[in-house]
Design a protein. Structure first.
Length: 366
């Protein structure tokens, strides 16, 4: 369909970050695109803990429009753009590595200078822009745009980015089928870890404080579910029982708690791994017996953000529903209630998992 027939308004609604704990619904110009760029009408944007931290702690200067787990419809193509059509449903990726620098050659994509640049914006300093009606997608992140198959929803498209970060973490673990791994925390991210590990034949011990999440963890493939320290039963004793004293092969820490990390580290066997996934706030310290790392060879590793090279695997997992992300979505807020969506995602209830900001479907007017 010819793009000249599309009715694209001049202004749009956007949720602008104006300082710590300050999100405002404002009217902004619809971004203008340049050669090599796309204009996308946002349909869905996930609320991500990394954005919540920036909003709550005010760690970056305002104004910005956040939101980076975005899916929507291509409504305009910049000059010279090939491979896309107006009307296509797409999932976006706001970071794409250069694949050429020192960091990229070491597959440390999240440390690449280009990767650190955000290539999607609704205005102001680029910050994702998904909490707005339209976003501008810059040329260097075009390779990260994924088309959503007809049978899948925008919501599933919006889940590609968080699933990618989880698959990247899983790939960092040296595990064999039949191994035992702890996934501490069964929020949306923890549940994704549980499922992806289970798909690889790993026996998962899933822990959480909420009974409702543990029930779900079972259906995502957890072999054992526990609420540690309830009724005085320690994680160590649970692990000792299920591994007959050997210890965990790996522990994934999907909850930002130093105490949980320490407990898990003690329950990992010699030569095992502890993966930190949620400790994204700088300045958190925790005493560690360094001999457990040196003598016992327990690796303490981290994983942050996504791995561009995993994108097609991620798309297959989500779109085939081997990892059924639809079951992780519990709440949808309209754009002008983005602040409430952020509040709920930052203080989860037993019933809440993934929270989305969802907009009216866009109709192409000819
Ligand atoms: Zn995210
Ligand atoms: Zn690079």
């Amino acid at each position: 369909m010819p793009q000249s027939n599309l009715l694209i308004p001049k202004t749009m609604r956007a949720v602008v970050y104006r300082g710590a704990h300050d999100l405002r619904v404002e009217t902004l110009p619809v971004p203008t695109i340049r050669a090599g760029e796309l204009l996308v009408r946002v349909a869905v944007c996930g609320v991500c803990p990394t954005d919540i931290k920036k909003i709550h702690y005010g760690t970056v200067p305002p104004p910005r429009v956040f939101g980076h787990e975005t899916a929507g419809t291509v409504v305009k193509l910049g000059r010279g753009v090939r491979g896309f059509q107006v009307g296509e449903r797409v999932a976006l990726h706001h970071h794409v590595p250069c694949l050429d620098c020192h960091f990229c050659r070491h597959q440390a994509f999240a440390q690449c200078e280009q990767y650190k640049r955000t290539g999607i914006t609704a205005g102001f300093e680029p910050a994702g822009g998904g909490y707005a009606e339209f976003v501008r997608v810059m040329p260097f992140v075009l390779p990260g745009v994924v088309k959503i198959p007809p049978r899948n929803s925008f919501e599933e498209g919006a889940m590609l980015e968080p699933v990618n970060t989880v698959l990247k973490g899983v790939e960092r673990l040296r595990l064999l089928a039949g191994d035992v791994a702890l996934v501490a925390g069964q929020g949306p991210i923890g549940l994704m870890f549980t499922r992806l590990l289970a798909l690889r034949g790993i026996k998962v011990l899933a822990t959480d404080l909420f009974e409702s999440r543990l029930k779900l963890a079972r259906t995502f493939g957890a072999r054992w579910v526990e609420q540690p320290n309830r009724e005085g039963i320690s994680l160590a004793s649970i692990v000792s029982r299920i591994t007959r004293g050997r210890g965990l092969d790996a522990a994934v820490i999907a909850v930002a708690s130093a105490a949980v990390m320490q407990e898990a580290q003690q329950s990992v066997r010699g030569g095992g791994q502890v993966l930190l996934f949620s400790h994204t706030k700088r300045g958190d310290h925790c005493p560690t017996d360094l001999a457990t790392i040196c003598v016992d060879e327990k690796d303490l590793i981290g994983s942050y953000s996504a791995d561009y090279l995993l994108q097609s695997k991620v798309a297959h997992l989500v779109f085939s529903r081997k990892l059924d992300t639809r079951r992780l979505i519990t709440h949808r807020f309209p754009l002008d209630q983005t602040a409430a969506a952020v509040d709920l995602a930052s203080a989860p209830t037993p019933e809440s998992l993934k929270v989305l900001v969802s907009q009216e479907p866009f109709r192409i007017i000819q």
